[in-house]
Design a protein around this ligand. Structure first.
Ligand SMILES: *Cc1c(COP(=O)(O)O)cnc(C)c1O
Length: 377
């Protein structure tokens, strides 16, 4: 098989979505699935929709167009505020866009009127992470302006957390966002359909023991794709953390001495009375490098240690067996590694074929995951 490749298990992505959708449903929160880390891969998007996501969200219009070309007809929101020159593309392929600039909203309204459609606007509100969003004190005024513009309709507000400054969502911030929603409604005498509380970093708040107030939507990427809570990095109970596996091929396998400079820098080796020449290590080179992924975001199999990487080579030390040239190593990716690997042209994206789902081992794994979920629900 060709390598490097990413093996993608759609059934695990569907399962992860189903779990999160079910748990959040009891809190009155719907899930919009974010596909930006997988570059709008249509089959992954479809697995998220099959798992119960009410729509998709993307940061880049090129990825939205990829989804539409593949025949995805679900609601798609653009979650990065559009570039002003993209207005007509945005109204053509997205139902909704998140916005924080009046000038862009005016262009969207213009573009929508030209094609006799109405584009849905979500206003992004700045709640402390200081990435994107309108300052809370200005939201009401901007909301009022939008209601006077033909071509656009204000459908909701949203906030984002833990992306730039690491500001975390909490009950006070969610209450504040809920109040902003109610104030806009009271001032404009209409109802906001959606109040989107944030991304995967909101999960521990959303599933917590308190009222979720007006928050009725979350935009989830990482939690669905990798089964982890991004703030703590911990596995979410009942979810798969291995829907994606990166596979790289060994192109050199040799016993080499420890480089002299590494040896000199390590006093523990000298203290043991060892010399550089008498501690040879089994080293292998994998045909993958910094151009392909975030090497520091990879988890290697037990007994394999990363010694370093350059643009096209990753050097590993194997402590037990020595892999043969041409053999493959299976690596797990964090969000940063996944995002870059999915975007790497030299990495094949390989969807596990149907027979793999029928494999007894995989079926058993799924049974366990469901039991795990039932146990904690
Ligand atoms: C990336 C992004 C998300 C999804 O974040 P995850 O941590 O992957 O859940 C949600 N909203 C916005 C605005 C984003 O940019």
């Amino acid at each position: 098989m060709t390598a490097p490749r990413i093996e993608i298990d759609l059934s695990k992505i569907r399962h992860n979505t189903q779990c999160l959708v079910a748990r959040l449903k009891s809190r009155g929160i719907k899930v919009t699935a974010v596909t930006k880390a997988v570059c709008g891969h249509p089959k992954i998007a479809q697995a998220m929709l099959d798992g119960g996501a009410v729509g998709l969200a993307e940061a880049r219009i090129s990825n939205v167009e990829r989804l539409r070309k593949a025949g995805i007809t679900s609601l798609i929101s653009l979650i990065r505020t559009p570039m002003p020159n993209q207005a007509s593309q945005v109204v053509r392929s997205c139902d909704t866009s998140y916005n924080s600039e009046m000038e862009v909203i005016a262009r969207l309204a213009n573009a929508a009127r030209k094609v006799r459609s109405v584009h849905r606007i979500m206003l992004m509100v700045e709640m402390g992470d200081m990435r994107d969003g309108i300052m809370p004190e200005n939201v009401e005024d901007i909301a009022r302006q939008i209601t006077t513009m033909p071509g656009v309709i204000l459908t909701g507000i949203g906030a984002n957390f833990a992306c730039l400054s690491g500001t975390l969502p909490d009950a006070a911030k969610m209450t504040a966002l809920s109040t902003i929603a109610s104030d806009i409604e009271a001032a404009g005498r209409f109802v906001l359909e959606t109040v989107s509380g944030g991304n995967s970093a909101n999960l521990s708040w959303a599933l917590g023991p308190h009222s979720t107030k007006r928050i009725n939507n979350l935009r989830l990427g990482e939690a669905i794709l990798l089964g982890v809570e991004p703030v703590s990095g911990e596995k979410i109970t009942g979810l798969f953390t291995d829907a994606f596996t990166l596979i790289a091929k060994v192109i050199e396998a040799k016993v080499k001495p420890v480089p002299a400079n590494v040896f000199c820098a390590d006093p523990t080796l000298r203290a043991l009375g060892l010399t550089a020449a008498n501690i040879p290590s089994m080293r292998s080179i994998l045909a993958i490098g910094k151009q392909d992924t975030d090497i520091s975001g990879l988890t290697l199999p037990k007994g394999v240690k990363c010694l370093g990487a350059s643009s096209d080579h990753m050097v590993v030390q194997t402590l037990r067996s020595h892999p043969s040239v041409g053999s493959e190593l299976r690596l797990q990716m964090n969000y940063s590694a996944l995002m870059r690997a999915m975007n790497a042209p030299d990495i094949t994206k390989s969807i596990l074929s149907a027979p793999a789902f029928c494999d007894r081992g995989v079926a058993l794994l799924h049974e366990h995951a469901y039991q795990d979920l039932r146990g904690t629900a």
